[in-house]
Design a protein around this ligand. Structure first.
Ligand code: SF4
Length: 361
């Protein structure tokens, strides 16, 4: 059974129509109006892989396909996949026995995997390989009897998944302030790991404070904050000091998008706002603004950024300069459960261009 491939090329929320009065309402500013567009921005390799996994599952197995939690933290992506037959659930006990469920890019704890097995569910694990790497570190250090200080936001799905690998050995550190008060069993057998989508600077501050108290605290074998998070923050750090306003395209529950907004302010942007869609941009934000910084979180299709650019052009910000701080060419192979099916079906396509741009069909 096959289904039509999902297209993420058009937003599902209509844009607010701009009138000449709207445009005139934006106060004139001295100097040329321009947009500094961050690069890299938008889709990372883990999001790309997870979204394609759901698309390919819909195409090859047919709707409905169940997905535990939001496949990635982006409203547009989730709503578009829902329209095509994906059903998002909070827990596997909401999935009918024997049905197919996809685990999201943020990862799951072993308890969730067991629960799916117990219910006879077929699964596709779309956990980002860089999250899986952190899970493996947690398992390995717990096995060697280390206590793990997991820097991250309690309640975030990724943190729940990593914590669930070794709950007896793990404590969550939510903030630099918590580093000052946390109590450990043995200060000489201690390692820190982290959520992949945190602020690089704030995490380093948390580690600094932890190390002040526990000098023998070990570092992870390699960075847990992923390349996509670091690169997007580096790009906005370069833009922020020149920006009167930074707009971040991304959803409220997207950790890396919210961090981009915070980082922009820390690095000198006069104002910073997050929007899911261009029609959420408030025209009052443009008052007195000559330079807009624009970026997007790692789960955001490029089409949504282009919508904001079009809107900005209507207000006179037609000059766009891309500020490139890194090139990204990472691509992850699809989940193994899916690869076998695609091979059998002779499907060798991944169906995606760069940065979440879909080929038009
Ligand atoms: S933000 Fe990083 S860890 Fe998360 S899905 Fe993207 S590449 Fe993977």
């Amino acid at each position: 059974m096959t289904a039509t491939p999902v297209s993420l090329s058009m937003p599902t929320v209509p844009r607010r129509r701009r009138t000449p009065e709207h445009v005139a309402a934006a106060a004139p500013v001295a100097g040329a109006k321009k947009v500094l567009l961050a690069a890299p921005r938008g889709y990372c390799a883990g999001v790309d892989r997870a979204v394609i996994a759901v698309e390919k599952a819909l195409e090859h197995y047919g709707a409905p396909i169940y997905v535990r939690k939001q496949i990635v933290h982006n409203r547009h992506v989730v709503e578009t996949l829902e329209e095509r037959g994906a059903i998002f659930v909070d827990e596997t006990d909401e999935v009918p026995e024997g049905a197919l469920v996809v685990f999201s890019a943020h990862g799951v704890s072993p308890a969730v995997v067991r629960s799916a097995e117990d219910r006879g569910l077929r699964t596709i694990d779309a956990t980002c390989p860089l999250v899986t790497k952190v899970h493996r570190e947690a398992v390995r250090f717990a096995k060697d009897d280390y206590e793990i200080l997991l820097i991250g936001h309690e309640g975030h799905e990724e943190v729940e998944g990593t914590y669930g690998e070794a709950p007896e050995n793990t404590q969550i550190v939510n903030s630099p302030q918590e580093a000052d008060t946390i109590r450990v069993k043995d200060p000489d057998k201690l390692i820190w790991l982290s959520q992949t989508t945190l602020s690089v600077d704030e995490t380093m501050e948390t580690v600094r404070r932890l190390r002040e108290r526990f000098p023998n605290l070990q570092d992870p074998p390699s960075d847990d904050i992923c390349y996509a998070t670091s690169n997007r923050q580096a790009a906005i750090k370069k833009i922020a000091p020149q920006a009167d306003l930074v707009i971040v395209v991304g959803s409220a529950n997207s950790s890396n998008s919210v961090r981009l907004m915070e980082v922009a302010l820390e690095y000198g942007a006069k104002a910073s706002h997050r929007v899911d869609f261009a029609n959420e941009v408030d025209e009052s934000w443009f008052e007195g603004v000559s330079t807009i910084g624009l970026t997007s979180g790692a789960s955001v299709p490029e089409v949504l950024v282009q919508d904001v650019l079009r809107l900005a052009a209507e207000y006179g910000y037609g000059t766009v300069e891309e500020v490139v701080t890194a090139d990204e060419d990472i691509l992850f192979s699809l989940p193994k459960e899916l690869r076998a099916t695609l091979k059998e079906a002779g499907d060798s396509s991944r169906g995606l261009g760069g940065r979440g741009q879909r080929p038009q069909s």
